[in-house]
Design a protein around this ligand. Structure first.
Ligand SMILES: [Zn+2]
Ligand SMILES: [Zn+2]
Ligand SMILES: [Zn+2]
Length: 270
């Protein structure tokens, strides 16, 4: 306990000496000084969560714990300075739609926005943007069921604004023409469909006396046992993972960038 207190004192002292607090973002900076004076080279925010920021720098990683930040750092990072760090808990809004982990990944969402939208100060009035943004991010994460669910919630709660047309964000897979499967000639029979051991006759000459015997390989059917006589081998399309369609990432990213911009603007207007 004593140690923590001392550490916090030091934090405050160094921050005061440093004057204005520089806010680190996803864009790397050559030098970034922590509250304790330690300088990180080529630092940037790699990910953020409700507890703090994970910073990546030349010598590794550093977790900047919000709880341990001095007051001016807290306000610089958009955290409510009145939410006393001493009690160790920031008042979080209930994550009703389980989107906070998704929100954390939204490219370009400011730390202030993340902090605002997950705090009790936010009353849900931008949920249309928030849920739509998380639906798009879920598409990028290939969590399609989550994307659909979030989009349904938007449609239900905001019938006038309309939901995203998720299907417009996919194109038909050219590799499989939208089938999700691809057909190749069977390797065992080279596409003939005939049993390779008996040539399709169902019988073959015995090794010793040339007598015709039942072909055990195809059980006398004459059909290739690998493909059942179709001569085809059907495999799932690798390109689209069997979905028949491909997510158009550029389109998704473009729409997401607009939503994130609106989310940041909404937060600033508060
Ligand atoms: Zn395909
Ligand atoms: Zn075959
Ligand atoms: Zn055979």
């Amino acid at each position: 306990m004593k140690k923590i207190f001392l550490f916090m004192l030091l934090c405050v002292a160094s921050a005061c000496a440093a004057g204005e607090v520089a806010v680190l973002t996803e864009t790397p900076v050559a030098e970034f000084a922590l509250p304790d004076g330690k300088v990180l080279k080529n630092a940037f925010v790699w990910r953020r969560n409700s507890e703090g920021l994970m910073i990546v720098h030349d010598d590794g990683q550093e977790f900047l714990n919000f709880k341990l930040l001095p007051a001016d750092w807290r306000s610089a990072y958009g955290l409510d300075p009145s939410e006393a760090p001493a009690n160790g808990k920031v008042e979080r809004r209930h994550d009703q739609y389980l989107i906070y982990p998704i929100l954390m990944k939204l490219k370009g969402l400011s730390p202030e926005s993340y902090s605002f939208y997950t705090s009790k100060r936010y009353k849900g009035d931008a949920d249309n943007l928030l849920l739509s943004g998380c639906a798009l991010q879920s598409l990028l994460d290939e969590n399609f069921s989550k994307a659909l669910r979030l989009n349904e919630i938007v449609a239900e709660r905001f019938p006038d604004d309309g939901r995203l047309e998720l299907k417009d964000l996919f194109s038909v897979c050219e590799r499989c023409k939208g089938e999700g499967i691809r057909t190749f000639a069977c390797k065992a029979c080279s596409g003939s469909g005939k049993c390779e051991k008996c040539g399709g006759k169902g019988t073959r000459a015995a090794a010793l006396n040339d007598e015709l015997v039942h072909c055990t390989f195809c059980r006398g059917s004459g059909k290739c046992p690998k493909c059942g006589g179709s001569g085809e081998q059907i495999v799932q399309c690798h390109e689209c993972k069997g979905r028949g369609k491909i997510l158009e990432q550029d389109k998704v990213n473009a729409q997401l960038a607009i939503l994130v911009e609106e989310l940041n603007a909404f937060q600033k207007a508060q």
